[in-house]
Design a protein around this ligand. Structure first.
Ligand SMILES: C[S@@+](CC[C@H](N)C(=O)[O-])C[C@H]1O[C@@H](n2cnc3c(N)ncnc32)[C@H](O)[C@@H]1O
Length: 244
């Protein structure tokens, strides 16, 4: 091979080497990027699995607490398990999260409806949680530190929370097993509740019964109902009562 031909070949090979080195760098960067994306995805997945696991554990613990309390006082509990998500969400949807004024929850238990209210945008600081069971009260205060937890009998509502409210309530959400109480007790409760509520504000109640826990033809009360929630165990329905 002549010298110029050799020099030409050397140049060509040098160029090829530089090109390959550039390519090697680009491939390296690409692999690095892929690894980073993989790590990020792995972390996100780990967090998601962790969150689901914690939710699953909390639900299992709540179910156990609930059934234990039901064994002790079945009539006050009125159910063997906390409300399901669909029922809790249906109740929460009747509350305007952008309004002002306190939102009172009666018989929050382990807090499935409280959770749904907060997930729906309600500021926890607006919540007044009225619960009879002291163990549930402790749990609620731990889970919702911004909410006001009131331990006591919701059937004496005005006496219990009347003085605590600075403005009329924006909504009352009730998980009380109303049907276990005589009609006159239910009527007294709805009458006290509507007095504490702002005009047109809802009193939201769920029931497993096929009829309304409050007579729908009551003077001065407007009633509406949701579709049956078949996905809840047992199936339930939400009733909403307002002044009018
Ligand atoms: C059917 S459970 C509903 C619990 C929760 N809201 C849910 O949806 O899973 C009834 C709840 O009302 C509470 N409760 C029953 N009688 C009460 C009363 N007189 N005053 C306050 N809470 C009461 C029980 O302790 C229990 O937490």
């Amino acid at each position: 091979m002549s010298l110029p031909a050799f020099q030409h070949l050397e140049k060509k090979i040098g160029k090829q080497i530089r090109f390959l080195e550039m390519k090697k760098g680009a491939i390296g960067k690409h692999i690095e990027r892929r690894f980073k994306i993989f790590d990020e995805k792995k972390d996100a997945l780990g967090k998601k699995i962790g969150k689901h696991l914690r939710e699953f554990e909390q639900k299992r613990d709540d179910d156990l607490r609930f059934i234990r309390t039901w064994f002790e006082k079945p009539l006050a509990m009125g159910a063997v398990a906390p409300s399901g998500r669909v029922l809790a969400r249906t109740m929460a949807r009747y509350v305007d999260p952008n309004g002002t004024g306190p939102i009172i929850e009666l018989g929050p238990g382990t807090g499935p409806v409280t959770d749904a209210l907060i997930k729906n945008g309600v500021d926890p600081a607006r919540l007044v949680l009225v619960e009879f069971d002291p163990a549930f009260c402790r749990l609620l205060q731990e889970r919702y530190p911004q909410a006001m937890v009131v331990q006591g009998d919701a059937y004496t509502l005005s006496k219990l929370v009347g003085a605590l409210l600075k403005t009329p309530a924006a909504a009352i959400v009730s998980g009380l097993p109303l049907m276990t109480k005589p009609l006159r007790t239910r009527l007294r409760l709805i009458s006290e509740a509507l007095t504490l509520l702002a005009p047109n504000a809802p009193f939201i109640q769920f029931t497993y019964a096929v009829v309304s826990p409050i007579p729908t033809r009551l003077a001065g009360v407007r009633a509406e109902r949701s579709e049956p929630i078949w996905l809840n165990v047992p199936p339930a329905r939400v009733w909403v009562y307002r002044r009018g």
